[in-house]
Design a protein around this ligand. Sequence first.
Ligand code: HEM
Ligand code: HEM
Length: 186
Amino acid sequence: MARTLNPSTGPVAYGPVAMALHWAIAALIVVAGILGLLHDSWPKATQAFWINIHAVTGLLILALVAARIWWRLRHTPPDLPPDVGEFSARLSYPVHLLLYALLLVIPLIGIVTFVWHGRVFDFGLVRLDFGVKSNRAVFHPTENLHGYLAYALFGLAGLHALAALWHHLVLRDGVLMRMWPSSKRT
Ligand code: HEM
Ligand code: HEM
């Protein structure tokens, strides 16, 4: 899974599937994150509706992340550009690993919180009811944990995005373009 420095003749950028999944997941995290932060602000009458939208968005993220990891294990990422320093090269791997871990664990804990709150998934045409009675002893700690881990994800993804912009605007080493759909690339 680790990347090598100093490219040889391999591809210079991630493939279209990896890029599409990266940006779709990033956009959905913004949506799920904003909905999550607004949970307590909705009027009581519409709160369950919005929590369901948040949960369904989160399930979609979980499915895309699973697909992303499956794809990633079968496709070696491109070598890093030669200008990238040893520090960035070594740091990026554990950061990406941690992002993947958070992207898996947060939705799973969200599912426990949702189900043990006695809530029912409503997918429009289909409803999924696990018949679990609301149990505060379960959903209260998992809700807190889900929230704290989501904040950690926002922080880490924010630093990750800032690092990508730093590479692009200051170091100008071509790291961002590896994940940027561009027709100019050869
Ligand atoms: C990466 C995906 C997700 C992110 C970023 C996310 C983020 C958040 C955030 C920021 C909160 C508010 C925490 C707080 O107020 O301290 C929250 C609450 C919650 N999330 Fe998620 N979430 C995700 C996925 C899911 C999934 C998949 C489910 C369920 C299937 C879920 C269910 C919930 C529930 C039930 C709450 C508590 C709502 C309440 O106040 O009753 N989340 N989430
Ligand atoms: C919630 C938001 C985001 C998440 C969860 C996320 C997650 C990830 C992960 C897990 C990877 C590793 C790819 C792999 O090798 O498997 C990655 C790569 C990358 N991401 Fe993000 N990302 C987010 C937002 C952004 C943003 C906003 C930018 C740009 C401003 C960005 C730029 C990049 C770049 C350039 C790479 C390739 C890095 C490299 O070549 O080593 N990401 N991202």
